[in-house]
Design a protein around this ligand. Structure first.
Ligand code: UDP
Ligand code: MG
Length: 315
């Protein structure tokens, strides 16, 4: 509809190589949608500068000066994609009817915006962009991503398969999201918890347009651990079950040993003792580690630190 105000939120961390092209293509898209009467002329592209060390913010300021379709906010320092995105979404929700989030590197197909808007018109509150293939991802990324999704769902975090951060949310869905006060963010897991009617739209995931991935293996692993421990307590429950099973097994082993002893068939079981000592030691360390992860989370949550601080804004 003509009066739908659409905001496209794009987190940017050191994206000087792609920003020019991304802004050009996004503007082209928005203008064509405005001309076709599908969205209001008050629609905007909102860049979130996540404490970039290059001249990303200067470029955003330049874009805003030349054309009001571009707006931007800048965080006081690098907070990571999740927090940057949340800052953008929460800023956009006050001005927009619908907000689409996407990466800055043009991996998310801009043309899927049309399909997302159609779903919005049909009355869906959340439209998830889902990759139809991962042809362009490296073998490593593809398989680690798949293993990650499987593990997430197994461990009790409901996520949409092959969906990253490319999605449309309506104002009321975002208002729902704003009620989630947690500091440990994992938006892909939180958004489904908001509820409302949702659907998916397929798109081809392209290669990064330019520049390097801002998600090295270390950050990827950190995000997966966060994703699981922020939303699910299954790992702790799993440990309880594991402890129970092992206790049961050792009981059986005890009976077995006693019977053998009484039958006079005792063998000096050095290896079995050593193995079980190591095994149980390892298991205990692992269990303490998992519990420690959660205690760390509780520690962070109780501090109620701000999830982001906006230092400048061009709206
Ligand atoms: N990003 C961010 N802060 C960070 C890291 C990344 O805002 O600390 C942004 C980045 O600019 C991009 C998006 O998050 O728009 C996804 O990052 P990237 O494309 O590097 O991740 P990949 O596609 O390799 O998983
Ligand atoms: Mg990318």
């Amino acid at each position: 509809m003509k009066d739908t105000i659409l905001y496209v939120v794009v987190p940017c961390y050191n994206e000087k190589e792609v920003l020019g092209e991304t802004s050009f293509r996004l503007k082209e898209k928005l203008v064509s949608l405005i001309d076709a009467g599908k969205i209001s002329s008050q629609s905007r592209i909102l860049f979130v500068n996540d404490g970039s060390k290059d001249n990303t913010w200067d470029m955003i300021k330049e874009l805003h000066k030349d054309d009001v379709v571009f707006s931007g906010i800048s965080l006081s320092r690098n907070r990571g994609q999740q927090n940057a995105l949340l800052a953008g979404l929460m800023t956009a929700k006050d001005c927009a009817d619908a907000v689409i989030s996407m990466d800055a590197d043009l991996q998310d197909d801009i043309n899927a915006i049309d399909a997302m808007l159609e779903k919005y018109e049909e009355g869906f509150d959340i439209v998830y962009g889902v990759r139809s293939s991962r042809k362009t991802d490296t073998f490593f990324k593809k398989n680690t991503a798949l293993a990650f999704y499987r593990m997430m769902n197994f461990l009790g975090t409901e996520t949409v398969y092959n969906h990253a951060e490319y999605r449309l949310m309506t104002k009321r869905a975002l208002e729902g999201l704003s009620e989630f006060k947690e500091v440990n963010l994992f938006l892909r897991g939180m958004v489904p918890m908001v509820g409302y009617k949702s659907t998916t739209v397929e798109y081809e995931r392209a290669e990064r347009f330019a520049g390097e991935s801002k998600y090295p293996l270390k950050k990827m692993l950190a995000l997966s651990v966060d994703g699981i421990t922020s939303l699910s307590i299954k790992p702790i429950k799993f440990i309880t079950t594991l402890g129970f099973v092992i206790a049961l097994v050792s009981l059986v082993a005890l009976i077995y040993t006693l019977v053998k002893y009484m039958m006079g068939q005792t063998i000096i079981g050095w290896s079995s003792i050593v193995i079980s000592v190591w095994f149980l030691g390892g298991l205990q360390l692992l269990s303490i580690g998992v519990i420690g992860e959660y205690i760390g989370k509780i520690y962070k949550e109780t501090k109620h630190r701000p999830r982001y601080i906006i230092s400048e804004s061009l709206l």
